[in-house]
Design a protein around this ligand. Sequence first.
Ligand code: BDP
Length: 597
Amino acid sequence: MLKPRSTPTRELVGLDGLWRFAVAGTVPDDPWEGRLDTPLEAAVPASYNDLFTDPAIRDHVGWVWYQRQARVPRGWAGERIFLRVDAATHEGRVYVDDVLVAEHIGGYTPFEADITGHVRAGEEFRLTIGVGNELTNTTIPPGTITVAQDGRRQQKYLHDFYNYAGLARSVWLYSAPQVHVTDVTITTGVDGPAGTVGYTVETSAPAPVRVRVLDAAGAEVASGEGASGTVRIEDVTLWRPGAAYLYGLVVEVLDGREVADSYTEPFGVRTVEVRGTRFLINGEPFYFTGFGKHEDTPVRGKGHDDAYLVHDFQLMEWTGANSFRTSHYPYAEEVMEFADRHGIVVIDETAAVGLNLAVQGGLAGRAHDPTWSPETFGAATREAHARHLRELVARDKNHPSVVMWCLANEPSSSEEGAREYFEPLVALARELDPTRPLSYTAVMFASSRNDLIADLFDVVCLNRYYGWYVATGDLAAAETYLETDLRAWAERFGKPIIMGEYGADTQPGLHSVWDVPWTEEYQQAYLEMHHRVFDRVEAFVGEHVWNFADFATSNGIHRVDGNKKGVFTRDRRPKSAAHALRRRWKELGGRKPSSVG
Ligand code: BDP
């Protein structure tokens, strides 16, 4: 799905700002049929939960309503007019005046509606967006709704971050010509000093298409005719980690000699390949250093914010991070484009987090419902997962920063039924994008012996907490467990291994000379222990610390005002471990220590 852009043939109007806001039940049942009668206003983009002081809003389970007036620019007569919602978490319904124009399930991927027939150039219309936050067995991510004794509905979920909801990303109105580009797919290769650029263009109706490649200075370096083909860029400048270089593919739809539509898609020329136990970018071994992140900031919740975007990337660069994983859902498109422009490598994850009922049983091994069954996560869940995967690949396929898809976080991969659930999804991912490797992150309980799906994927990503949830405070025991575990995975699968998560909750300002969990020294010692082990394992190709920054979670006695495994606090101040990481990662510079080849 194309990102809306202003081009010579398209115009774009942002609808961010303050919208009228109400919780369902406090306004009439059909609130889109008139002006929303409410004293509340909500900021867009932002999750609504932390904006207000009323706990009934923060903990609301169900629908909320956003509404504003919008005006169609008067010059748009004769154009097609679209309304684009970058994200409605987790479900959206869009009304133009009294008419429902779009419905979408899935909180982290965009959707749009052609509203040409419902609005008029120069005139205002009433735009209402309903947003539902309910999670069930057939949503991605999943959840369960319970009813408390006093009748309150409560949302339970299996993921360790707060279930923020609302319009957390931008809303746009844009115009496009009657015959226009609807999709562009770009794949790149390297042929000696030249780059090859395969492209496929889809249009709203059959029409001649031509393409031009512009370099970063705007000079034309290649061109082609037709809706699909391959063009060559002689003396190509590659997109490299830490040294981004972007070209633009100018796609033009022709109407006789006139250009009917023009759309430019940025792209980088680079290759990605898994060979043996190496992860290669442009044919060179790449070693991932960085973090699992979250879209999470005070007040905004998951609301996208350009200031935090810039600052987070600055802090990543400061620590020597060359990459991150979009744990545990697709991030705002602005984040992906920023990574493209700044040469940061991304592992792009779906929102499939919490497909694991074994975690409820916990380490104590209590009985739990089977994860993979028609009553729990079955065919309908997998269908939702597949739809979500399609939307993610459609949105992010042209980003050079994205080097791998992560299909799920910590699914119950050692439980009967896991293979049947994942095999079709892996096949679908390979069909949607034959160019990028695939992974999932394996939970602690999934060992190299009992995991049922790792052979389907290209890279082994492990989430491990030795020294935290297991062998708490005993780093010597943890070191042995970790090394044994990693070596066993390396031996059984012969694939590259990335540590997708390792981390320790840390309260800034807490200190000790001993190995005391929660202290700053312990977080640092815990990470250093891991690094010693990583450097001894040949198949190891990357380390993503959990987490970049502290983040909000639901209430729980094991969470103190959220998850504190951040290397930075929630307001982005470094804990001691940040300095230690910086020393190691700056020295590594994206390469494995030479001692292990
Ligand atoms: C892992 C999850 C992550 C949690 C982390 C933790 O993937 O979302 O936040 O554990 O417990 O299992 O901190």
